[in-house]
Design a protein around this ligand. Sequence first.
Ligand code: TRP
Length: 349
Amino acid sequence: MDSYTATQARMADLDGRIRAEPSRFRVLTGERPTGRLHLGHYFGTLSERVALQSRGVEIFLVLADYQVITDRDTARDVGVNVREAVLDYLAAGLDPAATTIFPHSAVPALNQLLLPFLSLVTEAELHRNPTVKAETAASGRALSALMLTYPVHQAADILFCKGNLVPVGKDNLPHVEMTRTVARRFNERFGALFPEPEPFVTASPEVPGVDGRKMSKSYGNAIALGMGDDETAAVIRRATTDGGRRITFDPERRPGVAALLTTASLCTGTAPEHIAEAIGDRGSSELKRVATEAVNERFAEHRRRRAALADDADVVDGALAAGIERANRIADQTLEEVLDRMGMRYLPA
Ligand code: TRP
């Protein structure tokens, strides 16, 4: 069995176990609030979270604001990005009563777990993390100590609530591995306290941006969930296609055309080859019209709900306040347990 097949098999098995006993799982997942959520987030992670929630799995969702400054100087826009993300979560169907939504910076005890956890790993191990290496190279900056250690901070994100299931993209697998190492070493040294969380790699295909590369805000090729119909049309109009009249699905040779077909396919549930066939030889302009319509129809309801939620300022504040309150209660308790195990709870309560 190759490693791809092995992963697929493991995910199918995990899926079965989640269906059988959803209450045995506590999911911790998250993202960096660096910009508006887009279709890549929706099809890659957000829809999966909603599905897990509807199966009765308890979910913790961290807006990793301290991770924003791993590769940039400022966290200035973080407040807006957090609020916009919460609107998308709620519009997509996450329920603040079932899903605990909170930013790092609002949960001090979670951050304090970083210190004991750092004592459990070596500098050499931190330097070996392939994702940290790639992100440092992409940033064009010197490796900061926060960039080097953020995978351990991410272990604190996961372990503060004793999360045992972590939905992540492939690029975050080394961080889940680090989390398992931290949990195992803590348990060995101080007695069993933490689960060794399992990664849950989403089955959905990578969502291409309008230029054929992976959809990413930093490539400027993203369709944000909160865009209006006209803004969506404008982004798709700028997509790089080619002059061939006949539309075919050929990701290798026609990445721009294939990206729009894939987008339309994800939104409609029709295979990209069939969409191409239906367009026939009506060329790129028809392809763009079809893709725009597919996105705008698929997200009409999401956008309507999002706008209604945005009209009531208390909705986002209320969801965050509830999440922060619950996250703090759990983080405080875990920190107490950790200090106790370490022999550091020597002051009167
Ligand atoms: N590193 C993740 C990303 O870049 C975001 C993240 C932060 C995360 N903390 C997490 C993901 C904990 C899963 C679990 O997308």
